[in-house]
Design a protein around this ligand. Structure first.
Ligand SMILES: O=C(O)c1ccc[n+]([C@@H]2O[C@H](COP(=O)([O-])O)[C@@H](O)[C@H]2O)c1
Ligand SMILES: Cc1cc2nc[nH]c2cc1C
Length: 351
């Protein structure tokens, strides 16, 4: 199985990082005046291997959709039928993330990895494109059973990796993973707890907006899931099988392959960051290819970002998912690159 063979991840180019830092320091701006935009520009240059960095014209969002057995156990404010309905909304270009993607010139692709329906009503071409990587209908309720078999886990990881390869081959310069799945903040929080050795109480959040009673039920589901997984939570691939889902395993494969291929990624909310944490557990160093688009309201996202050493670009109390926070941050990344490319050098001022 490809994912068991460890591939050493290259770091973004250190020599280019130094050149970019030098150029940043020489720009016609007071030292440090560009703040974190300066750091972001240096990261983009090191990832591209070029100073000044090229404009980031081709940004691609892939939304990984799936249903989760836990959704039937009082952990979400919404019913599972919303997952498929939102998939249709993405296809129609009418979801929140579509509006942002259109505003910021980001291309959107939607994939059903584990939605609990067959989409028989869609035309054959759309259905084929949507479901080409489908692993199963719904993933297991992680407090009662494994989310996936070992074979499904490896197929999902490889599906995500194949998608990253396709996007990179099509010219993507920056990748974003988005998510759709009622109940998915429960397995994602469990993956973070497993990765960081935290109790359920420190990773449980309000997801789509649950009240206090559902919060207690959700924390109990996460706690039971962690107990059920036991020592398997020490291994990141076992974590995906026991506590994850088809869509989260595919997202992990997608993020890991992006790092392996040296393509930078802008992370979104909890699901994206839980998978980035898992990718970095599989291949330590993967996170050097990731920047954090935004801070979600989910506590597990914040603790995972801290572990990865990533500071979010935006902090807007967003909790939509879909890739929305990362897409909203794309203009920030483009701004950083424009500054390092287009600003004159202090030495050119003639003052
Ligand atoms: O991105 C986030 O951090 C985020 C936080 C809360 C909710 N969501 C979205 O809401 C859904 C999951 O919430 P829940 O309460 O059903 O677990 C799923 O479709 C996510 O895209 C996403
Ligand atoms: C309407 C709706 C849209 C979403 N987008 C991502 N998660 C969502 C959950 C709901 C309920």
């Amino acid at each position: 199985m490809g994912y068991l063979a460890r591939v050493t991840i290259q770091t973004p180019r250190e020599d280019v990082r130094s050149q970019a830092t030098e150029r940043l320091g020489a720009l016609a701006t007071p030292p440090g005046a560009l703040g974190r935009l300066g750091e972001l520009a240096v990261w983009a240059a090191a990832c591209q291997g070029e100073v000044p960095p090229r404009p980031i014209d081709h940004v691609r969002l892939v939304i990984f959709a799936g249903d989760h057995g836990v959704a039937g156990h009082g952990v979400s404010a919404f019913p599972p039928a919303i997952t498929g309905a939102m998939v249709r909304t993405f296809l129609a270009g009418r979801a929140g993330v579509n509006a942002l993607a259109t505003a910021h010139g980001v291309e959107v692709r939607v994939l059903d990895l584990g939605v609990d329906e067959d989409f028989d009503d869609l035309d054959a071409t759309t259905r084929e494109a949507l479901t080409e990587h489908k692993i199963r209908r719904g993933s297991g309720a992680v407090h009662l059973e494994d989310a996936l078999t070992a074979e499904e886990t490896s197929r999902a990881l490889e599906a995500g990796a194949a998608v990253a390869c396709e996007e990179i081959a099509a010219g993507a310069q920056l990748l974003i993973s988005g998510d759709m799945g009622i109940g998915n903040t429960t397995p994602a929080a469990a993956m973070v707890a497993a990765g960081l050795g935290l109790p359920a109480s420190e990773v449980t959040g309000r997801g789509t907006g649950i009240g206090d009673e559902a919060m207690r039920a959700k924390a109990e589901v996460i706690s039971q899931a962690l107990t059920r997984a036991g020592e398997r939570a020490d291994d990141p691939i076992e974590t995906l099988a026991a506590l994850g889902s088809a869509d989260l395993a595919a997202t992990t494969g997608f993020l890991l392959e992006a790092a392996r291929r040296g393509t930078p990624v802008l992370l979104d909310g909890l699901m994206s960051v839980a998978c980035a944490l898992t990718a970095d557990r599989i291949e330590p160093g993967a996170a050097q290819w990731y920047a954090a688009g935004h801070r979600s309201t989910e506590p597990a996202q914040s603790v995972a970002l801290e572990k990865l050493g990533l500071v979010p670009l935006l902090d807007l109390d967003l909790r939509l998912g879909e890739g929305s926070g990362a897409v909203a941050a794309v203009p920030v990344v483009r701004s950083a690159v424009a500054l390092l490319r287009d600003v004159a050098l202090l030495s050119e001022l003639g003052a």
